[in-house]
Design a protein around this ligand. Structure first.
Ligand code: ZN
Length: 225
């Protein structure tokens, strides 16, 4: 990318998955300085945080973990409850049981408090409304609304950046390639709901989505070469 970098700092909400890793590198291409924050909330796969830490270290980005385990106390979902079997298909008319109500709202809100403390006004989140499950707090309308609320709450001028908002998974692969980190994203990240890094377990909804996007991207790339 040839864009001139903004002489400011961005704080990336970072989980070590495909989307937020692409966002981390997107931020590094746009901002003079980048920091990352991860959240633990009782996920079954604690490895997620270690993967995130490793990727941040490699990218030489300061990394912080915030404990939001209160979330698993408040909600019952397949990401934090080991006894709950994850929906592999989206149930008709409702969200899959991997939906954690308010999760992105809470993450972004805590990230904003941290950013405020550090004098940072740019926040980056890897949410996408093209996401298959259509989680409501991934939609652009919500993000804009939260942006206004956070500014009012802290009397400041945050800017929430969502570079993946209108991209499907194929588009996210294309962006990581454009940023020169296709292999990092492909082999180092953890997206799988069953906690297996890289290509993952191959059958959970996150793996399916990731793999279909990758196949589409690779076949498009082949056609245009
Ligand atoms: Zn999987």
């Amino acid at each position: 990318m040839t864009n001139k970098k903004l002489q400011e700092t961005a704080l990336v909400c970072f989980s070590g998955g495909q989307d937020s890793t692409t966002c981390l590198y997107w931020a590094l291409s746009r901002f003079e300085s980048v920091q990352a924050v991860s959240f633990v909330y009782g996920q079954k796969h604690a490895l997620e945080v270690e993967v995130a830490r490793r990727i941040a270290e490699r990218a030489q980005v300061p990394f912080e973990v915030l404990d939001l385990s209160l979330l698993s106390q408040l909600t019952d979902n397949a990401l934090t409850n080991p006894a709950m079997k994850m929906d592999e298909e989206q149930p008709a008319g409702s969200y899959p049981n991997t939906f954690v109500p308010g999760r992105n709202m809470i993450f972004l809100t805590f990230a904003a408090v941290l950013a405020f403390q550090r004098g940072i006004r740019h926040l980056v989140a890897g949410v996408s409304q093209a996401d298959f499950s259509g989680y409501p707090d991934c939609r652009d309308t919500f993000i804009r609304s939260l942006n206004v609320s956070l500014n009012l709450a802290m009397d400041t001028s945050f800017e929430i950046h969502t570079p993946l908002m209108r991209l499907d998974k194929e588009g996210v692969w294309a962006l990581s390639d454009e940023l020169g980190v296709f292999d990092v994203v492909r082999y180092e990240t953890l997206t799988c709901y069953n906690g297996i890094p890289g290509e993952g377990c191959g059958h959970c909804p996150a793996c399916n989505l990731r793999r279909h996007g990758l196949e589409r991207y690779l076949s498009r790339k082949k056609r245009t070469e």
